[in-house]
Design a protein around this ligand. Sequence first.
Ligand code: PMP
Length: 366
Amino acid sequence: MSAPVPNPGILDIHAYVGGEAHAPGASRLIRLASNEGALGPSPKAIAAYTAVAGQMHRYPDGGSKALRAGLGRRFGLDAERIVCGNGSDDVLQLLTRAYAGVGDEVLHTVHGFAIYPISARFAGATPVAAPERDLKTDVDALLARVTPRTRVIFIANPNNPTGSYLNKDELRRLHAGLPENVLLVIDAAYAEYVDAPDYTDGADLVDEFSNVVMTRTFSKIFALGGLRLGWAYCPAAVADVLNRVRGPFNVASSAQAAGLAALEDVEFLERSRRHNTQVRGWFVEQVRALGLVVHPSVANFVLISFAEQAGERADAEGARQLLKSRGILVRQVGSYGLPHCLRVTIGLEDEMRAVVDGLADWVNGK
Ligand code: PMP
């Protein structure tokens, strides 16, 4: 008797490991390992979630119509070309499996989001990692790796875990260098945090070209990660494909209701954005003053590199352990090829003060 065998590529997948959620023994917990919105969800989103609880015996609207209309209004997009999913992970997986298969290649940057190579292998395709330059997406390196077998390219903009972004001109240069049959997926999970004037979430390219998709999430600034809600803005033909392959009821009614309310609470969103910019600026200054290297970030997390620290305690893992002993959870990003780095989510002021105190003690060898 032989056991069932999974499809080619699946056993090459390294299962996604999320940020830690527990610090046994610590008297408090400060969770800064998963880039969740610091202020939590909008109270209006919580109220909307509660309001639909009595209807949980009903199937959700399979087409997420009201939510898509809300997204269209809020961002000035064609709601007919929006497809919602069970987190943006869901949408990214569907896109990969719909457009790449056995013998094809899926291109991403070497320190890109972990789901890209996972979804490529799930599709039976080969993930190809292009090098970055100074922890930034390198357009030339990506274009140099496009082959006749390339089907999909993923760019996280801004990128997780580096926090860097590709500006409008560079994004257009990347697109211009691609064959028309290659799908460019611009993953703009952290778009709402960016205030750089030369940034675009990529929706303008979606409107212009038939081979560009933008994905977004409610898990970050909208702080609804627990509800799993993401979406894609697509050319009509790609939206049609996603609607054929997605689960018929792939977004829970609670997620649709809370997402729409969060979207409409513009004041809360602005407060979250301002909070992030202010606290991130303060935190980066404090950590640099300790002699540590902090990479510039436009998102709600920063990457701290320990490689250039002299001495035996120059060790990201040691710093992570010290923080964890105090109940502070941050991410050591070895699974992104950066074992000498810690990624720290921007949280509340007192949470970030606790991180600075912990890092100061670590630097001073306490
Ligand atoms: N893209 C990027 C760049 C991310 O960092 C994340 C979450 N860590 C996601 C997509 C997935 O987010 P979700 O599935 O929660 O929408």
